[in-house]
Design a protein around this ligand. Structure first.
Ligand SMILES: [Zn+2]
Length: 186
């Protein structure tokens, strides 16, 4: 397959990713947050249509390593006749932590996207652990988003480069407000 990048993805494809977050991931997250879970979610997308094959959301109260991405992967690997991960697109609502980024590499995904970055998770969602763990466990300030396993891209960076930047950025800000309003227990 031909991989997208922030400079080659089409505006309608970025809108489609936001549709998946707003229409499929967020409703599941709203349900799970009410059960005491966290607000992070993910989806495995068809590489052509970007339609979700599965969506998932954090289930930390069942198991602390069931992050949004891991929970999505659990659902994906329960599917019979699933396509190969390397042919699909992974979408995360928040920049994957070092555990989840590694999980995507272990599964063989080549193309992954995230909506809100580490700094936003820290400052806007008051969850600094992504950055603290990188520093404490790996002695690093950052991850290598483009490496020999996979490419991890920012939806927001793509939106800024897009011909429909204004509308896309407005949608992203509106989505952030919805996420910030979720009654997560810190
Ligand atoms: Zn994670």
């Amino acid at each position: 397959m031909k991989f997208r990048t922030p400079s080659t993805i089409k505006p309608e494809e970025i809108h489609k990713m936001l549709d998946v977050v707003e229409g499929r991931i967020l409703p599941l997250t709203e349900e799970f947050v009410r059960k005491g879970h966290n607000l992070f979610g993910g989806a495995v997308l068809d590489p052509v249509t970007l339609e979700p094959i599965v969506v998932g959301s954090n289930r930390r109260s069942d198991n602390p390593v069931f992050h949004g991405e891991v929970e999505t992967l659990l659902r994906f690997y329960q599917l019979k006749d699933r396509p190969k991960a390397e042919d699909l697109v992974f979408l995360a609502t928040h920049e994957p932590c070092c555990m989840c980024f590694s999980a995507l590499a272990w599964c063989g995904f080549k193309e992954a996207w995230y909506l809100f970055d580490y700094t936003e998770t820290d400052k806007d969602f008051n969850m600094p652990d992504d950055l603290i763990m990188l520093r404490e466990l790996f002695g690093s300030q950052d991850i290598r988003r483009n490496n020999s396993y996979l490419n991890l891209y920012s939806v927001k960076e793509a939106a800024k480069l897009s011909s429909d930047a204004e509308a896309l950025m407005a949608r992203i800000e509106a989505l952030k407000s919805k996420y910030k309003a979720l009654p997560v227990v810190l």
